[in-house]
Design a protein around this ligand. Structure first.
Ligand code: SAM
Length: 199
């Protein structure tokens, strides 16, 4: 992942932010089911990586998090999230490149929703998950559509939005490495969930 990639991705999502909620959101029940299927814990310290405008905030709140840190590389996405959820005391939002994040405290659970293909360098991504989660903490890589839909959506995106094709759960698990215990690999037409814990 080089600086050019980072800046291209940031610019792409900054431009998309204003209309993001017109096309995304309003699926709290579906996302709560997704989180349950991924063994999302209650009363946890949660890290929402590449949070966008906060589509995961309401679903995560149903699990009564102790703390929810939502981060995104796009300032415009974070500005919208903050405008919607400023009254929420458990929520902290940050404009932050996940690759460069150096946590003060480790989280119990880390979620990456509809964003994993934009992390091109899977080795660095995996190393960051380990850095950000406590031992035994859970990561969740999830999509609200099946793999074919995700990949064709990325193929049809205006270039130069940068992404890698989403592989099967077992192939992505091999790419992420053996530092995790993978216990949820679920692919349907409506969901893609790869989840596990750090060793
Ligand atoms: C397809 S959007 C998904 C946003 C949100 N999770 C949702 O489902 O609405 C992908 C997000 O990943 C963010 N992103 C991409 N690379 C990132 C990075 N290195 N660090 C943090 N966020 C990143 C983008 O800014 C964008 O908001």
């Amino acid at each position: 992942m080089n600086k050019q990639h980072t800046s291209t991705i940031k610019q792409f999502f900054d431009k998309a932010a204003a209309s993001w909620d017109t096309y995304n959101g309003g699926e709290t029940d579906k996302l709560v089911s997704l989180l349950k299927a991924a063994h999302f814990p209650s009363h946890a310290k949660v890290l929402d990586v590449a949070c966008g405008t906060g589509v995961m905030v309401e679903p995560v709140l149903t699990f009564q998090p102790i703390k929810l840190l939502a981060m995104d590389i796009s300032p415009a996405m974070i500005e919208i999230l903050e405008s919607k959820y400023s009254a929420l005391s458990c929520l902290q939002a940050a404009v932050q490149d996940f690759y460069l994040y150096d946590p003060d405290e480790q989280a119990d659970v880390l979620i990456v929703y509809n964003a994993y293909p934009h992390f091109i360098d899977k080795q660095r991504f995996s190393a960051q998950i380990i850095k950000c989660l406590r031992p035994g903490g859970r990561f969740i890589i999830a999509h609200g559509s099946g793999r074919q839909v995700i990949n064709s959506r990325h193929d049809s995106l205006d270039k130069p939005c940068i992404s890698t094709p989403l592989l099967s759960c077992s192939e992505e698990a091999s790419r992420l490495g053996s530092e995790f215990v993978y216990d949820v690999m679920l692919e349907t037409e409506d969901y893609y969930i790869l989840s596990g814990t750090t060793k």
